[in-house]
Write a protein that binds this ligand. Structure first.
Ligand SMILES: Nc1nc2c(c(=O)[nH]1)N[C@H]1C(S)=C(S)[C@@H](COP(=O)(O)OP(=O)(O)OC[C@H]3O[C@@H](n4cnc5c(=O)[nH]c(N)nc54)[C@H](O)[C@@H]3O)O[C@H]1N2
Ligand SMILES: Nc1nc2c(c(=O)[nH]1)N[C@H]1C(S)=C(S)[C@@H](COP(=O)(O)OP(=O)(O)OC[C@H]3O[C@@H](n4cnc5c(=O)[nH]c(N)nc54)[C@H](O)[C@@H]3O)O[C@H]1N2
Ligand code: SF4
Ligand SMILES: [Mo]
Length: 723
């Protein structure tokens, strides 16, 4: 073996940067940028570089673990013992409560791991259970609900054409830290800088002067003010005759519903919600509408706030009304090499509101339930009560609203199985922990980011090294359990039928089929130059198929009967009513709390790397005006109280980070479990205070509201006695 450099892509986030894995005698010695990667061209971030800490972390779980009967910890067992034991417990649960008592929670780390996502969802679908929960419901359900209404499929997602635009209106995104989400554009920051260098504009709408806002034009909106801002911008565009009527007529139906709404909302009427001067909003609207090519891009600040489905509805209305949808430099559509939009549509998986939650009445999306319902689904007796849960590449114990109550409920399940790489906050509550291979140790396909690529690039690589002997891939684990209980884990009835006849496709055969039948595939030999696994694995830096997303392609992304973007979908109407009647901030909780992501972590994990976690405690961010009014100074310990709970953490006060009235907290902290560096890093679980009732969610989609909820901040008793 000895020294090798293996080209692949980093599987941590949606940027999927090209990397070279340096391997010496079967062991990874470093992870380096792939300077010749056609898209990322030598960029990687600190998380990719330091991922070797995770690979060889002595605390990584590398053998199946079972909880001791006395609850004092875990014992190592063999794979057969673990799989047989789990199957036996499942059979008992099925006999007592039925198949629909079993669920899975699929986390963010499955986004580049088709075997984890599709086998975990397929497993639950094959059982006929509704209990698939994913991180999407605390992330992009609002985008998905808006897309289901507008385009007829939740997965349709207009992306900003960053490399050809003159103007980006960024609503609640911080790509300088996050490296971009729901658009795959490695070197995001460089792409934005190039826009301004060419004389264009990047306008960042954010209550926090984020790392991205600091580099470009910053609009310090009130948290949750985005639907009001977009409505008022459309009001101005309509009132000043700036609408591209030809584009509206060609692309959409029912735009009258948008005009009816926005005509009631001039910037003067929305100032109390946005915190922005009416004249400023008027100018912004004019500038956007008259820019040669303008793109709007909403991300977590938009998708995790109040009325977030409506935000995306108006987001797309702004693009259409200004003639900026589906044209170069505007909002365009990625060209997925595996056509998940089409595949899920044909398989009738691209659903919205075909059924509603048992406990809350929230609408299903893509056949999935709502994470905000997980607690009530565990606690509410009756048919369909959740009794067994598989967590796959996710850490719901701290990434979901619910705090300690959710953790207690997870521990009360008849069976909790965690497929993870660590004994996390969730895994520590589990009956079994099943250790998995990482992206370095399995073949990689960026199935989710592949839908939203700014540059169409196809990369599928073989594993760079073998996993530790005790670790397995998720699809294999789930298939093994499925065999033991007599099901075939697939969401597709035809695959389940073939599975019964003994034809079980593994993950590689499934991916190969999707690629070969896709737009760039070899069509099983019919197209000689087309792609297949052999070609892709032989060319590990992949193939750049299109430097820019093709346009116009809107018709390929319309799955509704109207074959146009449908702005008068009935499902949005009740939301518009609720929006117009939205209550103002409660007086006893006068501040608004938002979430913050940090450069050196990925949600709740990567905190066990000393190099990534050191010297950066979790701190509340607060404006000097709010702090002074409360007698608070930097470094003080403060209590942040919401209607759902209270947490204590130190505060960082400054003039120029938060807008007055808004406070921010980094999410993903407050660890417990078997990752001692993460635990020692301290911090608190943000989601103790985030709204946990389904009634608090965005009602059109069920997306949790993790940005802009009301709080009050006071000095903690400990800090008061010090003063
Ligand atoms: N307050 C607040 N809460 C939030 C958010 C917020 O902004 N504010 N953001 C929300 C968003 S956008 C998201 S996406 C969710 C994320 O929520 P989760 O997906 O639940 O959280 P992650 O920390 O991404 O969990 C990834 C887990 O996968 C494990 N893991 C890593 N690699 C692998 C692998 O290869 N295989 C397996 N099996 N496991 C692996 C990690 O150890 C970790 O436990 O959090 C949400 N929660
Ligand atoms: N380094 C790092 N990268 C990550 C992650 C990570 O944890 N760390 N997580 C990954 C995940 S799961 C995701 S989903 C993506 C998210 O990618 P992004 O959405 O780009 O990242 P966020 O930091 O959540 O950015 C949201 C921004 O919205 C602002 N905001 C909050 N509330 C509001 C509001 O009401 N209105 C407006 N207009 N803005 C608001 C916040 O201040 C923040 O700057 O990042 C991914 N990449
Ligand atoms: S930006 Fe994302 S994909 Fe790129 S190296 Fe960092 S974590 Fe990996
Ligand atoms: Mo996310």
């Amino acid at each position: 073996m000895s020294y090798q450099r293996k080209r692949t892509f980093c599987g941590i986030c949606e940027a999927i940067c090209g990397v070279e894995i340096v391997v010496d005698n079967g062991r990874v010695t470093s992870i380096e940028p792939d300077r010749n990667h056609p898209v990322s061209r030598g960029f990687i971030c600190t998380k990719g570089v330091n991922y070797t800490d995770i690979l060889y972390d002595p605390e990584r779980v590398t053998a199946p673990l079972v909880r001791r009967a006395d609850g004092t910890g875990f014992d190592e067992i063999s794979w057969d013992e673990a799989l047989d034991g789990i199957a036996e417990r499942m059979k008992q649960i099925i006999a007592k409560h039925g198949r629909h008592a079993i669920g899975s929670y699929i986390g963010n780390a499955a986004a580049n791991n088709p075997g984890a996502f599709f086998w975990a969802k397929g497993f639950i679908d094959a059982l006929g259970s509704n209990h698939t929960y994913t991180a999407a419901s605390v992330d992009v359900y609002s985008r998905w609900a808006a897309s289901a209404m507008l385009y007829g499929s939740p997965l349709v997602n207009p992306i900003p054409d960053l490399d050809r635009t003159d103007f980006v209106l960024m609503i609640g995104a911080n790509p300088v830290v996050s490296h971009g989400s729901m658009v795959t554009a490695p070197r995001f920051r460089d792409r934005l800088v190039a826009i301004t260098k060419a004389g264009g504009r990047v306008v960042v709408v954010d209550p926090r002067r984020s790392e991205t806002a600091r580099l470009f034009e910053h609009v310090a909106i009130r948290p949750g003010g985005d639907a009001w801002l977009l409505a008022s911008m459309l009001h101005v565009i309509d009132g000043e005759g700036l609408v591209d009527q030809a584009a509206v007529d060609a692309q959409s139906v029912g735009m009258g519903q948008v005009w009816n709404l926005v005509r009631r909302l001039p910037p003067e009427a929305t100032e109390s919600r946005t915190g922005l001067e009416p004249e400023f909003v008027r100018t912004l609207a004019r500038d956007f509408a008259t820019a040669e090519k303008a793109a709007v891009y909403g991300r977590c600040g938009a998708s995790l706030g109040h009325f977030s489905t409506l935000v995306f509805y108006l987001h797309d209305a702004l693009a259409v009304a200004t003639g900026n949808l589906d044209r170069p430099g505007g909002c365009v559509f990625g060209h997925s090499p595996w056509e998940l939009e089409k595949v899920t549509h044909l398989a009738k998986q691209a659903t919205f509101a075909t059924w509603r939650s048992r406990t809350s009445d929230l609408p299903e999306i893509m056949g999935e339930s709502h994470s905000i319902d997980m607690l009530s689904e565990i606690r509410t007796p009756g048919d369909g009560q959740l009794r067994a849960l598989f967590t796959v590449a996710g850490n719901p114990a701290i990434s979901l609203p619910g705090g300690e109550e959710l953790q207690t409920a997870l521990a009360e399940l008849d069976l909790l199985v965690s497929l993870d790489i660590y004994q996390t906050d969730t895994a520590r509550l589990a009956d079994y922990i099943l250790p998995c291979a990482t992206w370095v140790e399995r073949d990689g396909l960026p199935w989710f980011p592949g839908m939203n690529m700014l540059q169409t690039h196809v990369q599928w690589t073989e594993p760079s090294v073998a996993p530790p002997p005790g670790c397995r891939e998720e699809w294999w684990i789930l298939d093994q359990i499925a065999r033991r209980i007599g099901i075939y884990p697939s969401s597709f009835p035809i695959a389940r039928f073939l599975g019964k006849l003994g034809l079980r496709l593994n993950v590689q055969q499934t991916i190969d089929m999707l690629i070969r039948t896709g737009p760039f595939g070899d069509k099983f030999g019919l197209r000689r130059k087309g792609l297949n696994r052999r070609k892709l694995w032989a060319n590990p830096a992949g193939f750049l198929m299109e430097a820019h997303p093709p346009t116009p392609t809107l018709r390929d992304h319309l799955f509704n009967k109207a074959k146009k973007i449908q702005f008068d979908h009935p499902a949005i109407r009740p939301d518009i009513e609720r929006f117009l009647a939205a209550p103002e901030q409660p007086a006893d909780l006068p501040l608004q709390c938002i979430s913050l992501r940090e450069l050196r972590s990925q949600n709740t994990y990567l905190h066990n790397s000393e190099r990534l976690v050191r010297k950066r405690p979790q701190q509340l961010r607060m404006n000097t005006v709010d702090a002074t009014a409360r007698g608070i100074s930097s470094g003080d310990l403060v209590v942040v109280r919401s209607k759902d709970g209270a947490i204590e953490l130190p505060v960082l006060v400054s003039d120029d980070e938060m807008r007055p009235g808004a406070v921010a907290i980094p999410h993903g902290w407050g660890h417990s479990g078997g990752w001692s560096t993460a635990v020692a890093a301290g911090g608190v679980n943000f989601n103790i205070i985030s709204p946990r009732s389904a009634a608090d969610a965005d009602q059109a989609s069920g997306n949790a509201v993790l940005n802009g909820f009301p709080v009050e901040v006071t000095l903690s008793v400990a800090a008061v006695s010090d003063k």
